[in-house]
Design a protein around this ligand. Structure first.
Ligand SMILES: Nc1ncnc2c1ncn2[C@@H]1O[C@H](COP(=O)(O)OP(=O)(O)OP(=O)(O)O)[C@@H](O)[C@H]1O
Length: 597
């Protein structure tokens, strides 16, 4: 793959500022966009909306937190408007758009967004996902909905119970498709796709695209247009990243506490690779005096929702999470993410740190590593094509465990008493780990994740087929098998004016080529994009179709940059009222006020 970052050539037309009005959206959709407070499309929206509206299959990649949801939802809703009916009859509201998400909370969050965008239309939507009672979902489905957001397992359960008919689906979205593959959902997705009409439009959106997902795209998508606002796997640009090397695994819990204290981090998600690790860390932080809670696949859906709500409302300061919270969780201006463990998969690093630095805000991603993590670090650097700053972190004795005493092994060291002292840590020099040990990928998972374990609740309402499907899946987490990784929410963060925050949207670098696609995206349908400075962009050595993509992408990126910087894309005060499922105190933040304590 060749990258091109060619500047617009001399004499190229000035980048054009795109507005939502340029997309020829239905007035009711446009009204909802305005009500949501969006004044300008983000770069991915600027590129994707017209292409989806033109009816193409699309595979789109853009950094975390850059508005991909509206990038697919708005054109879908628009496409359904001619069929929208005010009739009460369920028959007049068949499922026409199906959005599949890997996790319960992400499905719920997408539904929140969709509800906002269809609020002035007669269209109906619902979300179905596991871990909660099927009956209300069944009722909603039987009442008729045009837009259905679902996790794969629960959707198939509804199909089996005949509470939903998918034969009229004309638009299919696979959101975070690579995650669904990771989670072993491919057979389920295949089954779902078999239920759909072949005459449909397919969309795939993610911040990361693995080689596997590209293969999947080739299989499921029909002459897709590739839209890459940034090279896939690109990290959010406004997130300051630091990796801290600690002398031993033992020190990591105290290091987390010390970092939160010393950095004055107002609110943070701390990612642990294991459920047991997350639980222990949350307990440790509670004993340290933090308002901390854990969220992971062994918690019931009710507990998870409660915890997320607590985090959203600001009652919980530290959310200790497994990768159930790595994807899609949209938290307005979350100031920081800490990786207690470096993730097993480098893609997860991109998504984890993407919980901060969203919608143009700045963020901080702090990661802890010990000697055994050299390989994980190298994998992350390889994927993101970026060297990470590694510093040595020493946690002074005084900052160590107030509530828990270290064991020599660092494993089951739940104790009492312990050390006293006021936080504080010292970071110095630069450390770069050597090689690291391999065995962790599987080893750490066995640390409590229970490869074949199942939670009781998940077992209860499942039929034989369902169990078989699960058993085929590779993930060890019952929750993941059901598509239930937890993501949700928005909450307070640093106060910043909406204008400042949104002006920070970066113009992003285009990608030249993806050999899997033979129909490069030429944004002739994109208002203002084609003329926006890309005419002479250099494809950086890629030839033919590849060069075409690079040129298009460069032009679009310039335009997108103009959207971002020139017009401070984003919400206005007028739109604040409709900020999606955001507590009132968050609205103040969105409007540039200071969040209350
Ligand atoms: N045009 C816009 N102007 C201002 N804010 C926007 C705009 N579009 C989306 N947003 C907001 O930006 C935030 C991030 O959007 P979204 O969750 O869709 O990002 P994403 O790219 O899907 O992220 P991830 O890859 O992490 O899932 C949301 O709060 C959304 O409401």
């Amino acid at each position: 793959m060749t990258l091109s970052t060619a500047p617009a050539p001399e004499g190229a037309p000035e980048p054009v500022t795109i507005t939502f009005s340029d997309f020829d959206l239905h007035p009711d959709v446009l009204k909802a966009v305005t009500a949501a407070g969006y004044t300008k499309p983000t770069p991915i929206q600027a590129q994707a909306i017209p292409v989806v509206m033109a009816g193409h299959d699309v595979m789109a990649a853009a950094q975390t937190g850059t508005g991909k949801t509206a990038g697919f939802a708005l054109p879908i809703i628009n496409a359904l408007m001619p069929l929208a009916s005010h009739s009460a009859s369920p028959a007049r509201h068949p499922v026409r758009a199906l959005i599949i998400a890997p996790t319960r909370e992400l499905a719920d969050q997408i539904h929140d967004n969709v509800k906002t965008y269809i609020q002035f239309t007669p269209l109906r939507s619902t979300a179905v996902f596991g871990g909660v009672d099927m009956n209300p979902q069944t009722q909603a489905l039987r009442g008729g909905v045009e837009i259905l957001i679902a996790t794969p397992g629960r959707l198939l359960d509804h199909v089996q119970q005949k509470s939903v008919n998918l034969s009229q689906v004309q638009l299919l979205v696979l959101d975070e498709a690579d995650r669904m593959l990771d989670m072993g959902f491919l057979p389920d997705i295949q089954r779902i796709i078999n239920l759909l009409s072949p005459r449909r439009q397919n969309l795939m959106f993610s911040a990361t695209f693995s080689d596997e997902i590209r293969k999947l795209a080739k299989r499921f998508l029909n002459e897709p247009k590739l839209i890459e606002v940034a090279r896939p796997n690109t990290l959010a640009e406004n997130v300051e990243q630091t990796v801290y090397h600690v002398a031993s695994e033992d020190m990591k819990r105290d290091a987390v506490a010390a970092l939160i204290r010393d950095r004055g981090i107002e609110q943070v998600i701390v990612f642990s690779n294991t459920k047991i690790g997350a639980g222990r860390l949350a307990r440790h932080l509670q004993k340290e005096g933090f308002l901390a809670e854990a969220i992971h696949g062994d918690k019931s859906q009710q507990e998870r929702l409660k915890t997320l709500d607590g985090f959203k409302s600001g009652e919980i300061r530290v959310l200790v999470a497994t990768d159930v919270a790595a994807r899609g969780l949209d938290i307005a201006e979350l100031p920081a993410v800490i990786n207690y463990d470096l993730p097993h998969s480098p893609e997860d690093y991109v998504h984890r740190i993407g919980r901060t630095g969203r919608a143009g805000a700045s963020g901080m991603a702090l990661s802890l590593m010990s000697d055994r993590d050299g390989k994980a670090l190298a994998d992350i650097e390889k994927l993101t094509k970026r060297k990470l700053k590694v510093e040595t972190l020493e946690v002074p004795e005084a900052a160590r465990g107030r509530g828990e005493r270290r064991s020599r092994t660092g494993g089951d060291d739940r104790g009492e008493g312990g050390y006293r002292g006021e936080g504080g840590y010292r970071s110095e020099g630069s450390y770069r780990g050597e090689g690291g040990r391999e065995g962790r990928r599987d080893g750490a998972r066995s640390d409590g994740e229970g490869r074949h374990g199942r939670s009781r609740g998940d077992r209860d309402d499942r039929n034989h087929d369902r169990r078989e499907r699960r058993d085929r899946r590779t993930w060890d987490d019952a929750d993941r098998r059901d598509g239930n990784d937890g993501q949700d929410g928005r909450l307070r963060g640093h106060a910043a004016s909406a204008r400042d925050r949104l002006a920070r949207y970066q113009a992003v670098k285009p990608v030249a080529d993806d050999p899997l696609f033979n129909s490069p995206y030429v944004p002739e349908a994109a208002p203002g994009i084609a003329d926006a400075g890309g005419a002479g962009a250099d494809a950086g050595g890629a030839g033919g179709a590849a060069a075409q993509v690079a040129m298009s992408a460069a032009g679009a990126a310039s335009a997108a940059g103009a959207v971002a910087s020139g017009a401070a894309a984003g919400r206005t005060a007028a739109g604040a009222n409709s900020a999606i499922r955001r507590p009132a105190r968050k609205l103040a933040v969105l409007l540039g006020g200071t969040p209350g304590k």
